[in-house]
Design a protein around this ligand. Structure first.
Ligand SMILES: C[S@@+](CC[C@H](N)C(=O)[O-])C[C@H]1O[C@@H](n2cnc3c(N)ncnc32)[C@H](O)[C@@H]1O
Length: 230
């Protein structure tokens, strides 16, 4: 698949000498709606559609210093589905690696990215503009609230496992209402963080669920909406 980032390249910006090096997420989680962590800008390079996206990252967002391996596996699972799709939702987009890779690689797509973390949404918005992407928009909000009444061919999510089972279950349970007939939810999770459990939960809301990618300790599951709806 052309443009698929098999290896993310991270370019953290230079840090002033003599400063204490802080842990990546010192006092708050990446799913905090309003992170207060001191600014630590970084950049991540993502190959997409024959060019390289330069994505800005920051303290207080998920995986600020490298392209997440789960996100990369999700891109691999999405790649064969995107040519025949029209609207993609990237639910819990962070700074935007998955949805912006999809938008840049497949210009016919309309991509909607959403996140509850306002710093992530701000970064994603900057990344859309800085990379000249004109088929993606980003919205702030909890779960599917920013896309109320809208439907997609695909919903892709690298969900916030640390936010708890209730949040991830809502990402799954509310998906059918936002998928067109025949549309699919793709979810990636670490095997050790309950990937198979999430697949079972997907099975409670969708008639068909299958594992479509596996590697590096992660699994991607795909759940298909019935062709005729409901
Ligand atoms: C594991 S990160 C994935 C980020 C990005 N998609 C990636 O692959 O690098 C999960 C994202 O979900 C967001 N999130 C957490 N709770 C959420 C909620 N209730 N609604 C929407 N997004 C949420 C977090 O802020 C975080 O950016």
């Amino acid at each position: 698949m052309s443009g698929l980032p098999t290896k993310g390249v991270s370019l953290p910006l230079a840090r002033p000498r003599g400063r204490r090096v802080e842990a990546e997420m010192p006092s708050e989680h990446y799913y905090t709606p309003r992170p207060s962590a001191r600014s630590r800008p970084g950049q991540i390079l993502v190959p997409a559609g024959g060019r390289t996206l330069v994505l800005a990252t920051e303290a207080g967002v998920f995986s600020r210093s490298r392209l997440d391996a789960g996100g990369q596996l999700l891109m691999k699972a999405l790649a064969p589905l995107l040519p025949a799709s029209r609207r993609l939702m990237d639910l819990g987009c962070g700074y935007g690696p998955v949805g912006l890779w999809a938008a840049a690689s497949f210009p016919h797509l309309e991509v909607v990215l959403t996140d509850i973390n306002e710093r992530a949404v701000g970064l994603c918005r900057r990344n859309i503009v800085a990379n000249g992407i004109n088929n993606a928009t980003v919205r702030l909000g909890d779960g599917y609230q920013p896309v109320a009444g809208e439907a997609f061919d695909l919903v892709a999510t690298n969900p916030p496992i640390r936010a708890g089972m209730a949040v991830v279950t809502a990402f799954i349970a509310d998906a059918p209402a936002h998928l067109r007939p025949g549309g699919s939810l793709l979810l990636v999770a670490r095997t050790r963080q309950g990937a198979r459990t999430f697949a079972r939960i997907m099975g409670q809301y969708f008639p068909v669920v299958g594992e479509v990618e596996k590697g590096g300790g992660y699994r991607v599951y795909r759940a298909d909406n019935p062709q005729q709806g409901g």
